[in-house]
Design a protein. Structure first.
Length: 256
């Protein structure tokens, strides 16, 4: 039986698992663009090329799934009921988002944390990654898992997961949607009307890739997203998550 739990997340604060409602939001900007950093510092004296750990650092095994869109990096740990952890699509997102809670969940579940195409260690496209592309990837994950799975989907990925479920593309036993409509879940717009209008205009501009890279591929923007909109407690944001997310944002043709 499907258990739909909307706008609730397993919240991690300094390594502690908490089941309270977590007022987190996601910046919805899935765009593909070339890298423009030239080896910028990650903020700790290391270049972004040197600061790119993944979940294997925390006991996960890495495998690769061939999808119609390209190779998807998947990180897996634990045994038991399959649990898919699906990251959102902003601020250099990747499966590393789950680096604190993932190992804890692996004590009970077969935890499967992919990097979507265009993100993390997965292949890049020569075009924008679109809604149907994400749905297709979740269908491919469902086939690869081979049995019904529990799913945790973050932010915009909630919509992708629901679309995949609606046509039978993935069999789900339990579903957690973390802030599926961003800050609006909690009665506020974290982006603001002026910024929304600005980015709407930019999205239709021939200069959008350069503008997006100048904004979203900078460390201050990544850190600001986590501290202002990604975590309930700004002081609870792990520094390592900021560094890894910044490094992922600066990879060639990283999505927005």
């Amino acid at each position: 039986m499907l258990e739909a739990i909307v706008a609730v997340t397993l919240f991690v604060s300094h390594g502690a698992i908490d089941d309270r409602v977590h007022q987190s939001t996601q910046d919805p900007s899935p765009r593909s663009a070339p890298r423009s950093d030239g080896g910028q510092s990650a903020g700790n004296g290391k270049s972004v090329e040197e600061k790119q750990p993944d979940l294997t650092k925390y006991g996960f095994e890495r495998t690769t799934l061939e999808t119609p869109l390209g190779k998807m990096a998947i990180f897996e740990a634990g045994k038991g009921e399959p649990l898919l952890l699906l990251h959102g699509v902003g601020a250099g997102a990747s499966s590393f988002l789950w680096f604190e809670i993932g190992p804890k969940l692996a004590a009970k579940y077969r935890v499967i944390a992919p990097d979507f195409i265009g993100w993390g260690d997965s292949d890049r496209l020569e075009r924008d990654v679109l809604f149907d592309d994400y749905v297709q990837q979740i269908r491919a994950l469902g086939e690869w898992v081979g049995e019904p799975a529990a799913v945790v989907a973050q932010s915009l990925t909630s919509g992708f997961a629901l679309a995949a479920m609606s046509d039978g593309g993935i069999a789900v036993t339990k579903l957690v949607l973390q802030s599926p409509s961003g800050g609006l879940d909690f009665g506020s717009d974290p982006i603001g009307k002026q910024a929304t209008e600005f980015f709407t205009r930019i999205s239709n501009s021939s200069q959008r890739e350069q503008v997006y890279a100048s904004i979203f591929h900078q460390r201050p923007a990544v850190e600001d997203w986590f501290r202002q909109r990604g975590f309930l407690d700004p002081e609870a944001v792990p520094e390592e998550l900021i560094e890894v997310s910044f490094a992922n944002a600066r990879k060639p043709k990283a999505s927005y």
